[in-house]
Design a binder for this molecule. Structure first.
Ligand code: ARG
Length: 465
């Protein structure tokens, strides 16, 4: 055996082998570059495992304390020096090797009754707890930014779109808050994934359970898990909690992408509803006038990998035979990438939203009087006309205005009367953007009071717990 990874492998499981690993196999086998992110979780789990072995009478109190002290020393070392270019196969073997350096012979007892199969499943669940917390906080940051932007848009009436065609007037705050509620659901989905991860697999061994009388309930409590897994086979192969986190991340990405798309459109010259701050815009190396919404485009572009990571994980899990399979090693790069991507995107997008400004002049200028068509129909309904007939009559009003090349308010009262006798002199009162918005006063609507209530709810949702 030479120095390097194959020597490490020999230390882990080399007893039955005559020859070291083939050179072409070595890099494929290594996972340290990815799973180094789990080093803290691996140490925390190992300390708890040492205590559990002590509780089971497998280790003496002295041995437990030597292992714990050694693992603290390993923790300090890794915190100080990092993993660097250590030659070990994975984070578990690295921690064990360093522990041997720190604690000596007793380190060789730590892996009693444990397998890397239940170990890595435990590490990952501990990681999900941390990552989920960070993600949730980052989502809250974006929600706060949307609250800030929304609070500047309560008095601004803008076109509300369906099919990207002007539909009905809405308050700009209503638009901004329309992007907040999906994020609240995303946050709940992240929390649910963290709760799913809160079931302890440690004590499941490689496949069949642990032959030493470990108190798994106490171990779960020690590590902050709320329950223990019921079946060792399921425990070592279950990655549902990761799939749940990656789904939450993918759907969050879809929501971010839609917000991003609105920002791209609304910051264009054609719309001009929103101005992104200089700090979140970029210029062109060629076209001096350019002010590009890269923050939004990059956000939109990152969604592909978030969806892709979920698809990759589901495909990875599909069709595996019962128990641990090495395929599962591929789960980590997907999960880490989703979380890293979101932790990159969310603060930047939050900053862009926080510093974005509505442009009331441009918004006002974009309002087309056809946005009032539904209000006109509702006007007739209030006079007792059945809605379907009112809809038909207003359709003819719109056509008449188009034929005359004018807006709806520019048609004469005679034109209106010719179309429907229930149109009266007061029909022109309909053409008030704010009144139109305020007529939609049911909860969830775009009236000033409904939006203010909504804003209060949104503020409550972003309060620190
Ligand atoms: N690196 C492995 C993983 O990430 C750890 C478990 C390895 N177990 C084994 N029996 N080879 O899944």
């Amino acid at each position: 055996m030479t120095d390097g990874p194959d020597e490490e492998a020999a230390a882990l499981w080399g007893g039955r082998f005559e020859r070291g690993m083939a050179p072409a196999m070595v890099p494929l086998n290594l996972s340290l570059d990815v799973d180094r992110a789990l080093w803290r979780h691996d140490i925390v789990g190992s300390r708890a495992w040492a205590r559990a072995l002590g509780g089971a009478g497998v280790l003496t109190a002295q041995e437990v304390s030597a292992l714990e002290v050694g693992l603290y020393a390993v923790e300090n070392r890794l915190a100080r020096d990092g993993v660097g270019d250590a030659p070990d196969e994975d984070i578990h073997s690295l921690v064990e090797r360093l522990l041997t350096e720190e604690a000596g012979e007793v380190a060789l007892k730590l892996h009693t009754g444990r397998s890397r199969n239940d170990q890595v499943a435990t590490d990952l669940r501990l990681w999900v707890r941390d990552a989920g917390g960070e993600l949730g906080a980052a989502v809250t940051g974006l929600m706060r930014a949307l609250v800030t932007l929304a609070s500047t848009g309560v008095e601004i009436v803008m076109p509300g779109y369906t099919h990207l065609q002007q539909g009905q007037p809405i308050r700009a705050a209503h638009w901004a808050l329309g992007h907040l509620w999906p994020l609240l659901r995303d946050r709940r989905r992240i929390e649910a994934a963290v709760a799913s991860a809160g079931v302890l697999p440690l004590g499941s061994g490689a496949v069949a359970g642990c032959p030493f009388p470990i108190d798994r309930q106490a171990l779960a409590a020690d590590l902050g898990f709320s329950a223990i897994t019921e079946n060792s086979l399921d425990a070592i192969s279950d990655r549902d909690f990761l799939a749940e986190l990656l789904f939450a991340g993918a759907l969050l990405g879809v929501h971010l992408s839609r917000l991003a798309e609105d920002l791209v459109l609304f910051s264009s010259i054609e719309f001009g509803f929103v101005r992104l701050d200089d700090g979140y815009s970029t210029g062109s190396s060629l076209m001096p006038q350019k002010r590009n919404p890269d923050v939004a485009e990059l956000t939109r572009g990152k969604t592909g990998r978030l969806v892709g990571n979920l698809m990759s994980l589901l495909t990875l899990l599909k069709g595996l035979p019962t128990g641990y399979n090495r395929d599962l090693q591929e789960d980590k790069s997907l999960a880490f990438d989703t979380v890293d991507t979101l932790l990159l995107v969310l603060p930047a997008l939050a900053g862009a939203v926080q510093t974005a400004r509505f442009r009331p002049d441009r918004i006002q200028g974009a309002l087309d009087t056809q946005l009032m068509a539904t209000d006109l129909a509702d006007y007739l309904v209030r006079k007792g006309v059945p809605f379907r007939r009112a809809h038909e009559a207003v359709g003819r009003v719109v056509k008449a205005a188009e034929d005359q090349g004018c807006g709806l308010p520019d048609l004469s009262i005679d034109d209106y009367r010719a179309i429907h006798p229930d149109f009266d002199d007061d029909v022109h009162d309909v053409f008030d953007w704010t009144r139109s918005a305020d007529s939609r006063a049911t909860p969830g609507g775009t009236s000033k009071s409904a939006v203010e209530t909504q804003l209060e709810g949104a503020r409550a949702a972003v309060q620190p717990a």
